[in-house]
Design a protein around this ligand. Sequence first.
Ligand code: ADP
Ligand code: F6P
Length: 491
Amino acid sequence: MTTALNRRTRATRNRTVSRPARSERKQGLGSSRTASLVVVANRLPVHRVGVGSNAHWESSAGGLVTAVAPVMKKLPGVWVGWSGNDASIKPFIHDRMRIRPVTLGREEVAKYYDGMSNRTFWPLYHDAIRPPEFQREWWKKYVAVNARFAQAAAAEAARGDIVWVHDYHLQLVPAMLRERRPDLRIGFFLHIPFPPEELFEWLPWREEILKGLLGADVIGFQSPMAAQNFSRLCRHYAEAEGTGTSLRYEGRPIVNRAFPISIDFDWFDIRAKSPAAREGVAELRSRLGAKRKILLAIDRLDYTKGVVRRLQAVEELFERGLAKAEDCVFVQIATPSREAVAEYATLRDEVETIVGRINGKFSQPGRVAVHYFRRNLTREELITYYAAADVMLVTPLRDGMNLVAKEFVACRSDSTGVLVLSQFAGAARELTRALTVNPRDQDHFVEALRTALKMPREEARMRMSMLRSRVKRDDVYAWCDDFLSELRGTK
Ligand code: ADP
Ligand code: F6P
């Protein structure tokens, strides 16, 4: 069904394609001088794996790529980002996206990415779930690498173009870019939470970060709370003036507000309904045990995702006899992530120990209680799991949004399936018909699992159809149009 809003969204979507394809062709493969949208993000949508004749590009996991890639495929532009290793790679085109790799050396990866991005900003911005570390050496490399990204973006952008900078790795880029190229419209979107003052204030370079971000014309956050936190901090530490959603800094107006990110609903919906997906679901269900209820979780293997607490809740479910391996199976799919960072390696060991413990206690011949896959899956494989599950567990301890929750909803065209969602995922603000849990409250968590497993079909259907309408309406194209029209001043 085509809603009025989706019609509007599609019309606006077409409007954003502002350069003729012919001029792109004239520039030739690899050149991006006429890009009208320059996306700047640490991650490219693809990363290089394997060596020698086995080397190939694989799609990168993570919410940023899931959201921005479909948008980039429809717009003339270029994606500036890191290729995932230290090889120097020339610009190229991949799946209709023009890619401009930025090469980082080993020391830069260790200090800018593993260190400053993932051991300082990541834990600090996620409620300090792990203690953030502050090291001057990391900061110096962070500044240097941000300058390199700003330089690459400036070289890619034609006069008056739009540059859209993404995420916590590149918070200095907006101001660095403005200094080089005041003719550009610059946007910044933060995919993760922005912390309250009492946490952000720990940062030795707090003023530099705020001023770096204030180089943008539009600064987007996942939640209104994050935008409020930012605005208060800017008034306090950067002498900015203004309200919760609009600031003035160095004589320039800046919009800072929430733009909750989303997914390409139709893309998932269409594939999940296809005969191939249906066949895949039937096969998967029969392999897991046709009559068994399937509990599913899919995450990057990150300590913010609450994998350990979730396994403990599942363990208690089996322990108390509320579920039996005979009639219930838990499938945990985890994509390896940031393994050079100690906390991630520890988490992996912890998860593998608990999975072993649960299976040791509760599996039966031919009936494994927990299936654990630590690997990257293709989108088609993920869709099969989403469409086969009875209950989806999305239970992070803190998450800016969590697109897995929305992908699950988009794959349930028959409106079956129950979503158990942490109240600390940004998605909980929109997906109010999910069963919400506090993942740190184990009694509550186990109770929610029990309720989900027993939920009457009619109630599940009613909840899921409301969830689907919401994600279909507020899809990634609506997010992108909202942000870009604010940035272009056409709102
Ligand atoms: P984050 O951005 O923190 O990784 P999100 O839930 O917003 O969290 O996004 C995760 C994205 O990564 C989703 O699009 C999901 O489909 C994808 N993903 C997660 N696990 C896997 C996996 N094992 N294989 C492939 N893709 C995955
Ligand atoms: O969505 C948050 C995010 O940190 C993205 O910025 C990132 O691309 C994704 O998660 C995956 O993390 P990484 O790029 O470190 O593998």
